[in-house]
Design a protein around this ligand. Sequence first.
Ligand SMILES: Cc1cc2nc3c(=O)[nH]c(=O)nc-3n(C[C@H](O)[C@H](O)[C@H](O)COP(=O)(O)OP(=O)(O)OC[C@H]3O[C@@H](n4cnc5c(N)ncnc54)[C@H](O)[C@@H]3O)c2cc1C
Length: 295
Amino acid sequence: LTHRGCLVIARSDQLNSLRARHAGNPQESIWINAELAREKVPVLREDYVAAALFETSAMDMDVNGLQMGYLRAAKARGTQVITSAPVEEIARKGDCWHIRSGEGVWAAPIIVNAAGAWASSVATSAGAQHIHVQAFRRSAALIDPPSGVNIDHWPAILDVDEQFYFKPEAGRLLLSPADETLSAPCDVQPDDLDIAIAVDRVQRAADLPVRRVLRAWAGLRCFVSDRSPVVGFDTNATGFLWLAALGGYGIQTSPAIARLVASIAQRQELPEDLLKSGVKADDLLPSRPALNRLA
Ligand SMILES: Cc1cc2nc3c(=O)[nH]c(=O)nc-3n(C[C@H](O)[C@H](O)[C@H](O)COP(=O)(O)OP(=O)(O)OC[C@H]3O[C@@H](n4cnc5c(N)ncnc54)[C@H](O)[C@@H]3O)c2cc1C
């Protein structure tokens, strides 16, 4: 993790949104005027930014490092990692689930449904509850920073209404239109229009010449109707544990949510630090009333 901070910017017509965001977390966000915002990120346009919040606790994650760390730790504990093995059949026989894929057959008393955009269809094939997990496309692009400008110390820059964001990424600039387009579960590809929208929105806010997009990509973010994760045992299918609908926060919540799932799977008390920070297992259950009401 790198302490970078996040600069949440607002035009004059967005100041109410900025006030509301500030009120939501006054301890960790500092209200700054346009001049100070431009001191942090000099390319911000004078006629665009009216005010900003500097969110001091925002950090940059090394996503690859985190995933490699998880893999190393799992393998060191004897975990077998099997990839490219789509589940073909799931059935509960006696006290065990039996899972068949092209790579073999496995049996276990508890299985975890962490199938992302496919979580609903995996649940259906196991005879578990129907929960409508929907996938939404989010796109991003990499561009070169303006020549002669040092971007290393820049915070992440976020539009207060989450219409775009941009941030330094290994010497380049990553930008996104913060899109959320409903998608079928698939190996999703970026749409040229979304990338053009990202460039347009960022250029309205900042003087950033974009000669070419170096790389563009898209991924799926999955939500249920109340936009909280679904974590807990299914009510229809014994030993079927949900870990789905992590939305746009599945990576940053992974250290905590993995421990939550592990304690639920082992039918232990939740870790004390999670309880202290306000996590309530009931709020995440697949059977929670809010989910069923909205569904
Ligand atoms: C552009 C973008 C930016 C993002 N930014 C952030 C961010 O800043 N912070 C953050 O925390 N999160 C961010 N996210 C969200 C984050 O990537 C997700 O929350 C997270 O990846 C969800 O993890 P998951 O394991 O639930 O699902 P996935 O990562 O989708 O994994 C599901 C896996 O299940 C497998 N699978 C599905 N069906 C089957 C089957 N039948 N048999 C076998 N395997 C199956 C799939 O192949 C896949 O590997 C971002 C996402 C995008 C697209």
